[in-house]
Write a protein of this length. Structure first.
Length: 164
């Protein structure tokens, strides 16, 4: 009888451990997929800036996004952010090479990324191009459909823009 109980306990323990390791493995795979999805948001952001696609850019933002630009008050909500993005993309041809994503972390329905970038703005009506390098810390929020969107974006520049 003791041997039978010990065998049953061993089987139950083995099943519990298998379930635990399976859950950990699935969680790691899900986290890797989430990190890839957040990196893809930045790829799409770059595409939107380089092509002047305001609608694509806006689609990457949570409806309640908070944009924290340098030397300016925060813009709260996509509709408060839109006019500035339309003006920027309307006045300048942008060259934004792929951003260097230094770090992405995910915790449940929240994620953050830290990145560096170089941004060149060439006036559409002619004039000198200005180039700036900078960094950003952004918080992402998982949406109801499972996608990720930028919820808070805080960025600044390493130095004043260089005129070319």
């Amino acid at each position: 009888m003791k041997k039978s109980n010990r065998s049953l306990s061993t089987i139950i323990l083995a099943i519990a451990l298998a379930m635990l390791f399976s859950a950990i493995s699935c969680q790691k795979q899900d986290t890797e997929a989430d990190i890839a999805a957040i990196n893809e948001v930045w790829n799409q952001w770059t595409l939107a800036c380089n092509t002047g696609d305001v609608e694509l850019l806006m689609s990457l933002m949570d409806d309640n996004m908070v944009q924290m630009p340098p030397n300016a008050p925060a813009n709260i909500g996509k509709e408060a952010i839109r006019p500035g993005e339309e003006a920027l993309l309307g006045l300048f041809d942008i060259e934004l090479p792929p951003m260097s994503v230094e770090e992405v972390e995910v915790a449940g329905d929240w994620g953050f990324s830290r990145l560096t970038f170089t941004l060149s703005l060439r006036p559409k009506e002619g004039g000198e191009t200005s180039t700036s390098s900078g960094k950003a810390l952004s918080i992402f929020k998982r949406q109801a459909d499972g996608s990720w969107k930028v919820y808070i974006d805080c960025f600044n520049y390493d130095a004043p823009p260089k005129q070319e």
